[in-house]
Every structure is written in C-alpha cells, then in structure tokens.
Design a protein around this ligand. Structure first.
Ligand SMILES: Nc1ncnc2c1ncn2[C@@H]1O[C@H](COP(=O)(O)OP(=O)(O)O)[C@@H](O)[C@H]1O
Ligand SMILES: [Mg+2]
Length: 302
C-alpha cells in the first residue's frame, strides 16, 4: 500500500507568546481530497507553511511525501503544487511571463495542459500581476499549482475569490486530479464551499484540531431534530432519560421538539408508548454542527 502523503504528529508552532498551532495531528492518504477547515486565525496557513518548509515547527514532526519539509524542501516543492494564501509573484511580470518562469524552473516543455488550465479558469495572463484583482490572482495561482501535474496539491483557501461557476470548475479539476491517483490537501474557512468535494476533513479551532472525520461520518454524528405532535396531554420525562436525547422542549402545546444525537431505536421505543399522532424528523444539519465546532468553548476530542 502506498504510504501516507502528509503525516504530522503533535505539530506545534508558537510565535513568541502568541499561539500559532498546538499538537496538530494530520494523516492524508494517497488519492484523497482532504479538507482543512477552520475560521480565520485558526492556524491553517501556519500548518501549511510548515508543510511547505516555509516555517520551522516549534515541536512535533511533519512528513510530506515521506520527506522532511525543511531539509528536503527542494524535492517537496518539485513534487507538490502549492497555492499560498497570499500569492506573491513578480509584480511587474505578466501572468504569462510568470507561468513561463515557473515552467522553465520546473523543466516543463509542453504548454498544452497549462494552456487548458488558463482557459478553464479564464485566467488573465496578459497583464502585470500587480494589476490583478484578488480573484484573478487566485486563478493564476491555481494554474501555477496544477500545471506540472504534481502528485500532491497543497492549496491554502483555493476557493476564496472564485465565483460559483469557477468553484464548480475547480471541483471538477479536483476530481480529475484524484482520479489520476494524486492527492489534494486544501484549506477553507467555508464548509459550504468544500463539503461536496472533500473525502475527509479536519476542523481546526484556536490552533487545535477539534475533529477529524469523513463528511458522511460528521453527518452521522450531527444532531437531528425530531418533532412530535400529540392530541392529548403527555408526560415526556421518559424521553429525557434516553441517552441519545440531548434536549427536549415544548414548542407549542401538543408539539414536542427533540434534539437527538446517537442511535434512533431507543428513542423510538420511548416515543411509541406516548402515542403521538405525528412524527417529523429533520436530517442532520452539517452547517449547524460545523458552527458548533467553531463556537464551542469546550474542545471535543476527535
Ligand atoms: N508570522 C507570524 N507572526 C506572528 N503570529 C503569527 C504569524 N503567522 C501566524 N500567526 C498567528 O497564528 C495564528 C494562526 O494564523 P493563521 O495560521 O494565519 O490562521 P488561518 O490561516 O487559519 O487564518 C494567528 O493567531 C496569527 O496571528
Ligand atoms: Mg490562512
């Protein structure tokens, strides 16, 4: 079996007294699209810069493609497509000149794939890069990251600044990339933008990973709402004693709302004797769960 593409153990980086990241554990497998999610300032770019050999870790370890990101930076960069959070390229050169430079440094001869990428993203390549808008810089950055068909892509907030159509195009490109057995690690502060494309995700908050799971797994564990309607008075205290019932509240006389996290069967068994006239269950809301992880003050274990 091919080995883990990105592996970190207790990766920590502090900036003087300021918290950067603390005990970050990540494992990204070959062919995966791995999402690294978290609000602004959570530590995504810091982690990514360590993976790209741009920052030293204070403690802990990181391997990228089996290599040491700092000692083997040249080889890591040769085999990786990196999109930085803030693209800084020769400001006076046009996009095309920047692409040419990168191509020659990387020993790329053909321009066919790169031209296709420019076309797909509608990247503006004839103007000096310093005149480009954030969105246009992002498109150029994506072409730079993908054009040498690297076996690993490390993309820091790739979808920010892309309009919805380009986000779709980007999602298609990701699928092509992993269908070819290559691996993608991408960060985002917006679950909506990436939940349909990532296979697995880790949520980082205040420098620490709070959960790592598949999108499906997260959905399974997300709390769901069950609403019951009664045409008679009911003592519902038995429901509160079921483990999976996190909360219950009468929203109207005759309407009881439950928040359920866990197996449903014991809940149904407790509901049946109460003889409701109707039952309505809402699918788990991933956004709510995600916001919960963003907000929660007590950190949860993965
Ligand atoms: N070069 C730096 N010097 C000082 N503090 C930094 C530096 N880089 C990042 N930080 C701090 O580390 C934390 C995480 O930042 P960052 O990794 O950029 O978050 P994200 O990319 O998730 O928005 C922030 O509190 C930020 O202020
Ligand atoms: Mg960042």
């Amino acid at each position: 079996m091919a080995s883990t593409v990105i592996q970190t153990h207790a990766l920590t980086r502090s900036f003087g007294p300021r918290r950067g990241i603390v005990d970050v554990d990540l494992a990204v497998e070959p062919g995966q699209i791995f999402g690294f999610l978290g609000p602004n300032g959570a530590g995504k770019s810091t982690t990514i810069r360590i993976l790209m050999g741009l920052y030293h870790a204070s403690s802990g370890s990181a391997r990228v493609l089996g290599l040491d990101p700092f000692a083997d930076a040249v080889e890591v960069h040769r085999r990786t497509g990196y999109l930085p959070g803030e693209l800084a390229v020769y400001p006076r050169l046009t996009g095309r000149q920047v692409l040419d430079r990168f191509a020659s440094v990387r020993g790329l001869r053909g321009t066919r794939y790169r031209d296709q990428l420019v076309e797909r993203f509608g990247a503006e390549v004839d103007r000096p890069t310093q005149t480009l808008s954030k969105g246009n810089k992002q498109k150029l950055g994506l072409v730079l990251a993908f054009m040498h068909r690297p076996e690993l892509l490390v993309l820091d907030e790739p979808t920010s600044g892309l309009d919805p159509l380009l986000q779709l195009e980007f999602a298609t490109l990701l699928q092509e990339t992993t269908a070819a057995g290559r691996t993608v690690f991408l960060s985002s502060h917006d679950l909506d933008e990436v939940q349909r494309v990532v296979h697995r995700l880790a949520i980082i908050r205040e420098g620490r990973i709070v959960v790592t799971d598949t999108v499906e797994g997260l959905r399974r564990h997300a709390p769901r709402t069950v609403e019951l309607t009664f045409d008679h008075d009911v003592d519902a205290s038995a429901l509160d004693r079921v483990d999976a019932v996190q909360a219950s509240a009468w929203t109207d006389p005759g309407h009881l709302r439950l928040t359920v996290a866990g197996p449903m069967a014991p809940v149904l068994r407790a509901i049946a004797p109460l003889d409701p006239v109707d039952l309505f269950a809402r699918p788990a809301d991933l956004d709510e769960l995600f916001l919960g992880y963003y907000r929660s003050t007590d950190l949860q274990e993965a």
